[in-house]
Design a protein around this ligand. Structure first.
Ligand code: UD2
Ligand code: MN
Length: 534
């Protein structure tokens, strides 16, 4: 079983050959490189457990390997390389998920795009799919190499997957970005349905059947698994609480957010598909004919980003539905940051993508996107074909989508959005991130300062809602739209009154912080809020 001591294998300098040899260690030892946790006698990462390494005991070579792994991948490759490709994972499904499915589920082509993925992570992705899916349902796994330059992803990868039968590698001829890479995979796919995955995931038992079942019931259903996180430092496979299920949403700057499911959680039915306004983008199953019918992806989207919202809007607005299936659980490594770039112009490219999506799909609501995101118009190319597609398919309006699919994010076009400025101190409130206290800064209408009052009396921003639960300061939290700690009133005297605590929002004397205090008639408790037309 035991494949030997990797440290002994690791005594060379970092020549390209050696780098390759290290990456290919898995292949040399033919899967048996299992590193055992000394005290417990178990292999590392077993049952999705975290792997802790003691860096103080590192040799120089190990230190180099560790540092290089992080900088190449923005996750801990050193740890990944020590976890078996076939590690087992906890079964987090609700017990009612373990039912049997009919014989007639549609087959799927699994499409995985990658750029310079770490070998151990990519192979663990592939093996987890092969190990945990009924073989007859996976017609093929198509790996799309989007012009990687790391040598392990060339011939060695092909040699390796050749032994697995239904896995093949196709390659782009230049960097295309994930959108056109996926389209290349789609053009080669032979099964009735397509299942897209990122190249750094691990699927769990029973992940595939619910997805295929739902698409089999109706070819316009598009479905995603519950995505849980694989910790990028210790590879702990995150556990999922069935009481806290989020679906996909979007902020008005058109970045993806997780949002609370619109209906209160139904304790009696923990396995029902959940309507999801958007998808994160990486992991989903769609019927191939439906993907074709709605015009696949906009092929002019470059690199990364925006395609998830394009597809989500289109699915809902053009006759389909999008759901999260709580019985299908897949882990994904959310990296520290992205190691992949686009000729150093990632921000500009993302602007272009988002503007194309806004211009084609959002009707007048695109103005809110421009106001909040602060994205400056770039040359976003010609969108007339995409608009013609929308007309041809007779898709619903964006207003329809907001009202029917995402009412908890709905903003009527006339809602005033703007800064909340103190009357005594010329500063504005600022909500930088969820979980952090509301701060104050000079008013410049950046997106952390832009708020609106929602119909349910919350003070909302792109980040979340202002919440107060008795501490010194109010904080930003996910909007729950149930009033409670998020219910505020702007009173005639200009004070911002928190209903549950009966306190008022007050700017500190120097304007350094925002606090909640008993209401009193002073200017530091008076605020100027966004007005119509502002
Ligand atoms: C999320 C999605 C991702 C994609 C993205 C928005 C999940 C879990 N992930 O970000 O799939 O929808 O949002 O666009 O929902 N890749 C290429 N060529 C490139 C860049 C990336 O092939 O030029 C590959 C990459 O190797 C990876 C996949 O595309 O397998 C997604 O990229 P990512 O992992 O950087 O995206 P992520 O998870 O941050
Ligand atoms: Mn990813």
């Amino acid at each position: 079983m035991l494949g030997g001591d990797k440290t002994a294998e690791n005594q060379a300098s970092q020549s390209p050959e050696e780098i390759l040899r290290q990456d290919l260690l898995y292949l040399h030892v033919n899967h048996s490189l299992q590193f055992f946790d000394k005290p417990s006698g178990e292999y590392m990462g077993r049952n999705g457990r975290r792997v802790n390494v003691d860096k103080t005991k590192f040799s120089k070579e190990e230190q180099n390997e560790f540092t290089r792994g992080w900088s190449l991948n923005k996750f801990n490759q050193y740890v990944s390389d020590r976890i078996p490709m076939h590690r087992n994972l906890p079964d987090m499904r609700h017990r009612s998920c373990k039912k049997s499915f009919g014989e007639d589920l549609p087959q799927t082509s699994v499409i995985i795009c990658f750029v310079n993925e770490a070998m151990s992570v990519l192979l663990r992705t592939i093996h987890s799919v092969l190990d945990r899916s009924p073989s007859h349902l996976v017609r093929e796994i198509i790996l799309v190499d989007d012009f990687s330059d790391l040598p392990h992803l060339k011939q060695p990868l092909e040699d390796y997957v050749a032994r697995l039968g239904k896995v093949r590698v196709i390659r782009t001829e230049k960097r295309e970005g994930l959108i056109r890479a996926r389209l290349l995979g789609y053009s080669h796919a032979k099964a009735e349905t397509l299942t897209f995955l990122d190249s750094h995931v691990e699927v769990t038992d029973g992940w595939l059947e619910p997805l295929l079942d739902r698409v089999g019931q109706n070819w316009t259903n598009v479905v995603t698994p519950l995505i849980t996180s694989i910790n990028n430092a210790d590879f702990h496979f995150g556990r999922w609480s069935h009481n806290n299920i989020y679906v996909g949403g979007f902020a008005w700057n058109l970045l993806f957010i997780w949002d609370l499911f619109e209906n209160p959680f139904d304790a009696n039915n923990q396995i029902q598909p959940l309507r999801s306004p958007t998808m994160a983008g990486g992991l989903f199953t769609i019927h191939k004919d439906f993907f074709t019918r709605i015009g696949t992806y906009d092929p002019s989207l470059d690199f990364w980003g925006g395609e998830n919202l394009e597809l989500s809007f289109k699915i809902w607005m053009c006759g389909g539905s999008l759901e999260v299936l709580p019985c299908s659980i897949v882990g994904h490594i959310f990296r520290q940051s992205s190691p992949i770039t686009w000729e150093g112009k990632s921000f500009r490219v993302l602007s272009k993508n988002l503007i194309r999506v806004a211009e084609v799909w959002m009707d007048d609501y695109k103005d809110i996107f421009y106001r909040i995101s602060g994205r400056k118009p770039v040359d976003y190319g010609d969108v007339s074909e995409r608009k013609a597609l929308r007309d041809r398919l007779k898709c619903h309006s964006f207003e329809w989508y907001l009202r029917n699919v995402y009412p908890f994010r709905y903003i009527p076009a006339s809602t005033p959005i703007g800064v909340i400025q103190n009357k005594a101190v010329p500063k504005c409130i600022l909500g930088l991130t969820k979980g952090k206290a509301i701060a104050a800064s000079s008013c410049d209408s950046n997106r952390f300062q832009l708020f609106w009052l929602s119909q349910d009396s919350s003070i909302q921003s792109d980040i979340g809602c202002v919440d107060y639960s008795g501490q010194k300061q109010p904080v930003m939290l996910t909007c729950h739209h149930k009033r409670g700690n998020q219910e505020w009133q702007l009173r005639k005297d200009g004070s911002l009154y928190h209903v549950v605590s009966a306190k008022c929002m007050e700017m500190s004397v120097g304007g350094g912080s925002v606090e909640m205090l008993p209401c009193r008639d002073i200017e530091r408790q008076k605020w100027i809020l966004p007005k119509r037309g502002s």
